[in-house]
Every structure is written in C-alpha cells, then in structure tokens.
Write a protein that binds this ligand. Structure first.
Ligand code: CO
Length: 277
C-alpha cells in the first residue's frame, strides 16, 4: 500500500547555492536541513523537511555519476518523486505484474530506507521511487496511534547553540515514521508551550545542554499546565547530573537521556509512551 509522498528530489549543480535559494525564497527552516554524502551513489544530498515529507536536493559527485549524466542530458530539474509504502517488495511485485518495468526487482538500502525504483519508460517519463521506512537496526516500523502518525515536538530551550543532538534525534524519529517539528535553538518555555499547542503534538522532547534543566523544566511544566497540556509527555536529553534525575522524574519528566544514547532507545521510548488521542 502507498501511504503518501516521502520526498521530491531535484538534481542540482551546486547544492549549497540551491539550498540557499530555497531557504531564502520560501523561508524554509534551515535548522532542520540534513546533509549526507553517499559515495556509492555518487551524490551529495540534503533533505529539507516540509511537514510530512522532504524536498531533496541531489548534487552529483562527478560528471560520470548517474545524477551527473542526468544533469548533462536534461539540465537541473526534477529528478524523481518518492512514495512511501508499507511494503516495497509487495509493491514492486504488484506493479511488475501490471507489466511495468522496474529498475530494482528487490528493495535495497537507500538514503530514506529500503527503496526500489520503477523505470520512467513505464511511468510516463517520471522516475518513481518507493521507500519503506526502517529503524537503524533494519526493522520495519509503524509509528502510529489509531492510524495517525505520532507527532513530536523537539525543542531546544536555553542559551546553548549546539543542536546537533537535537537534529539527530529529530531525524531518527522522523525516519521511524513519526511527524517531527523542530523548533530551532534558543526557545523560551513560552514559545515551546505555544508551539505544542498550535502543532497539536503527542509528546515533547527537550534538548538542554546549558545545565539549566532544573530551571527550564519546572517553568515549562507550569506553562503547559496553565494551557491544559499537562497530559503531553515530556522527555529530556542532555548532560544531566545523576542527582538531578530523580528530582526531574518526580516533576513529571517521562524520560531522561544522556549524551550518546542510541537513537533506537529513544524511538522505543517514544513508541511506548501512553499517547492519548
Ligand atoms: Co529519493
């Protein structure tokens, strides 16, 4: 079954320059953009999260790569679209039985999960990719509550500007099939409460590296209570001294994760939360 659009990919000559164009022109949040280089596919890529899906920019690593040859032939333009499926193998078999030509007869590992491409000569000129989201251990995930995706707010309160950890967690939860909204750095408890309310999220993850967790957490919990959001579980990542952990748990923080926690552990934790609809 096709669940939705996962990404739209555009082949570009200069990734940084094109990314700047999209951020400046459309005001997309540059904080959330993820960069990856995949040598074996001959591309440098970035993913711009757009709600449920991504805009992907692909820059070839050389003229003899697949994307390099594509640009030489067609110029910079739309390269492919990707649908998310819950079972890529079943979908490839199904469309092959309809008489369509496939590039991949069986799924393989790609940037976005287990992927398979259909040949554009069978799909009216559009290169179509299918993706099935997988966890980092390779297990297929379904991060839904009553058929709706879990929505998580990842927020970074306080003054520290290091948000690599927050971005890694946001990306991992998104790859696990959740909808993730990332606030960017230096958010006040007021801003976070407002975002949680507006985005109707199921849980909030905080990243605090500044050491101000004992001050920020109670302020946020208070504001959430004032707005009737006390049922939304709050979890915390950062450098948290051992003696603070029981105090934070007593306050109502549902999960506390130190530096270097595997993202799989955080995914499992979020999926185990008692999410109310
Ligand atoms: Co793709």
């Amino acid at each position: 079954m096709i669940k939705g659009l996962d990404h739209v990919a555009i082949a570009v000559k200069d990734l940084d320059e094109t990314l700047k164009f999209y951020l400046d022109t459309f005001g997309f949040n540059g904080n959330e953009v993820e960069h990856e280089t995949v040598e074996e596919q001959g591309v440098k890529a970035c993913l711009i999260p757009l709600g449920n899906c991504y805009l992907e920019l692909l820059e070839p690593l050389g003229p003899e790569t697949t994307v390099g040859r594509f640009i030489a032939r067609e110029g910079e333009k739309l390269h492919h679209i990707c649908f998310e499926s819950d079972d890529v193998q079943a979908e490839l078999t199904r469309v092959a039985n309809l008489g369509l030509d496939l590039i991949d007869k069986t799924p393989r590992r790609g940037l976005a999960g287990m992927i398979g491409f259909l040949h554009p000569r069978s799909t009216r000129g559009i290169l179509i990719e299918l993706v099935q989201k997988v966890t980092h251990e390779g297990g297929v995930v379904a991060a839904t509550v009553e058929g709706r995706r879990i929505r998580i707010l990842i927020a970074k309160p306080g003054l520290d500007g290091h948000d690599r950890g927050a971005k890694v967690v946001a990306r991992a939860l998104r790859d696990a099939g959740m909808e993730v909204i990332y606030t960017g750095i230096r958010q006040s408890p007021d801003m976070i409460t407002e975002a949680a309310l507006q985005e109707d999220v199921d849980a909030i993850g905080l990243s605090i590296l500044s050491g101000a967790h004992m001050e920020l957490c109670p302020r946020l919990l208070n504001l959430m209570k004032q707005k009737g959001l006390e049922d939304i579980p709050l979890f915390l990542g950062g450098i948290i001294p051992d003696e603070d952990i029981p105090v934070l748990q007593k306050m109502g923080i549902k999960g506390i994760f130190g530096p270097g926690t595997p993202t799989s552990k955080i995914i499992e934790f979020v999926k185990s939360l008692p999410i109310k609809r």
